[in-house]
Write a protein that binds this ligand. Sequence first.
Ligand code: MG
Ligand code: MG
Length: 259
Amino acid sequence: MIKYKTREEIELMRESAQIVSRTLGILAAEIKPGVTPLALDKMAEEYIRSQGAVPGFLGLYDFPNTLCMSRNEHVVHGYPTDEPLRDGDIISVDCGAIKNGFYGDHAYTFEVGEVAPEIKRLLQVTKESLYLGIEQCRAGNRIEDIGFAIQQHCEKNGYGVVRELVGHGIGRVMHEDPQVPNYGRRGRGKKIKEGLVLAIEPMVNLGTFDIRQLKDGWSIVTADGKPSAHFEHNVAVVDGKPEILSTFDYIYEALSKKD
Ligand code: MG
Ligand code: MG
């Protein structure tokens, strides 16, 4: 059952989303060759707690950390390790926070040092597809309109759109109805209404869309071993239109100072 949110609830959700946005901004400044994912995880947890919030993933389905960190051929749900980042890696950092009982949950795929042009392009196209999907998140449209827009853009560029993992409704529970596939047919699925809040999150592979799960029980990797990108925003339908509750601006600010 979909739980539509009031304006007041959406404002609380914006607060949770913005805590995650600022966390990712802090990490953006620190991500470079030699840094360990576990060190970044610790930083994220400390910042989230300093904001009077609680890490959203820690303990959820028994996940052991604050961040999901998925490097190179890892698609999502990787956990931070003490293996240092290397020049040319990409790493998806997915972060959740709970404040006032509401979840924020979004993700950005970062470049570590100098990344190959074909991988930079994968990141660019995946991020573009996220915004094309968000554009469809308006009253009167249907859920699959979102995935249709994402899929069209990614496949036009020759990429594989992951099928088994999807976006979701979000609120007092991390994964609420409806599921939001990153593929679909125009005009299909539930009608989008005022107060709907979604986590929209294309997971896009440089090669084919096939994935498999590692024996660790968490990590999802591409079947062909090629890299995968993941970007996510929290989006509410307000006055019939998509309003992005999260932001990548803190990331951009940090990255511009790094260069
Ligand atoms: Mg996420
Ligand atoms: Mg999510």
